[in-house]
Design a binder for this molecule. Structure first.
Ligand code: GLU
Length: 384
């Protein structure tokens, strides 16, 4: 069991879900005052970034709607109205404690485009240099489903990697990950520490959902995995519990701690694994699966049994085994039409089809990342 003393973690990302900020659908001003008082204390000794939901909920309340809207445009409108109200509340709370807040609205493209990613990172560094507290949300008003990050858990995991945080705290309305659903199974026990996100851990998280936000436990566990691969440990806690954030930082055994990988993935491999949307799937045989996962080789056309989707040269694709289980993602050297012509063929046959000077790999090793559940992460103590 690793140490839980996070008092020396320099850079901390805290995600506050809608369920933490609202009570029965309404903004919970009393709890917000308590939370922001704790957060202001934390900001005195750490570089704090918040990933805050609540824009849609505040917009819904301001518009006098009885429930969260269903259509994309109504959610966009509610978010546009609520985001300003949300920032106003943070500005009032942190301004009174002597801090500036900074609104940072991000979309999927800010993580998938390298230039935008680096721009965002520079902006964060500058905000920290000014002692400001960035308050991040998805830019809901311009994000439609196809390009959405989707939920703020995912966003928080990506932000933790973007700014090389030392700790991610996901404050939700659940007490952490349980051995079973605690609402139906009285024997369910809180899991204090998760060394690695395995398929068993993901299936434990699969069923539970909170009612008011977008994500359930599955998205939180996915965010923890994304942070772990960037070398950042995550604690999932119940943000409604009094004084929970200082309790996490002082090392109390609350919520579920997910250890960080000892050998984090490079920024490029994380980008491949988490920031790109695959445009197709390559189904490969067992030999090719073994070559990629065990031997850490490039994927060759000879092992490809089927090419699904239409994609261009250099587009991201998933790699799946014959049962359909996706285990890797990478940038494809050939477009889908060319790849269909050479799938299952050996190099000497490919030369006859494509002519001399063709690219031998379907996906080069450097452009390929293992996204199976076979990593061997090891917990690391928080950065001193
Ligand atoms: N961005 C949404 C909001 O501010 C929340 C998304 C989520 O709950 O994950 O309301």
């Amino acid at each position: 069991m690793p140490t839980r003393d996070f008092s020396k973690a320099r850079r901390i990302v805290i995600k506050l879900g809608t369920g933490v900020l609202t009570e029965r659908g309404h903004f919970d001003a009393i709890h917000f005052a308590r939370l922001t008082a704790d957060l202001a204390d934390i900001a005195k000794n750490h570089e704090l970034t918040l990933v805050s939901s609540g824009a849609v909920a505040l917009g819904v309340e301001r518009l006098g709607l009885s429930k969260r809207p269903k259509t994309v445009s109504s959610k966009q409108a509610a978010a546009a109205i609520g985001q300003g109200l949300l920032m106003n509340r943070y500005e009032n709370a942190f301004g009174a404690a002597g801090f500036c807040v900074a609104q940072v609205l991000l979309t999927h493209g800010d993580f998938s485009s390298r230039t935008r990613y680096l721009n965002a990172r520079r902006a964060f560094e500058c905000l920290f240099a000014h002692g400001a507290i960035p308050v991040v949300n998805e830019n809901d008003t311009v994000s439609v489903d196809e390009i959405k990050l989707g939920d703020n858990d995912n966003l928080a995991g990506l932000v933790a990697g973007l700014i090389s945080a030392d700790l991610l705290i996901i404050a939700s309305d659940v007490d952490g990950l349980y051995s079973a659903d605690p609402r139906v199974d009285p024997k369910a026990e809180r899991i204090s520490f998760v060394e690695a996100v395995t398929p068993e851990i993901e299936s434990l998280a699969g069923g539970s959902r909170s009612g008011v936000g977008t994500g359930g436990m599955a998205t939180k566990v996915h965010a923890a995995r994304c942070a772990a691969e960037a070398g950042v440990p995550t604690v999932i806690v119940n943000g409604k519990a009094p004084g929970i954030l200082p309790r996490v930082l002082s090392g109390e055994d609350v919520g579920t701690l997910f250890g960080a990988c000892l050998a984090p993935l490079s920024a490029r491999k994380r980008w491949l694994a988490h920031a790109l949307r695959p445009k197709g799937v390559l189904r490969v045989d067992d030999g090719a699966r073994n070559a990629v996962l065990t031997l850490k080789r490039s994927l060759l056309p000879s092992g490809i049994r089927a090419v699904e989707g239409d994609f261009g040269h250099g587009d991201p694709v998933d790699v799946a085994d014959l049962s359909g289980q996706v285990f890797a993602r990478g940038l494809c050297t050939h477009d889908s039409e060319t790849l269909r012509r050479i799938a299952g063929r050996h190099s000497d046959e490919i030369e006859a089809i494509l002519g001399q000077g063709f690219e031998e790999e379907a996906i080069h090793r450097d452009d390929l990342v293992d996204i199976s559940h076979e990593p061997t992460p090891t917990p690391r103590p928080p950065a001193a």
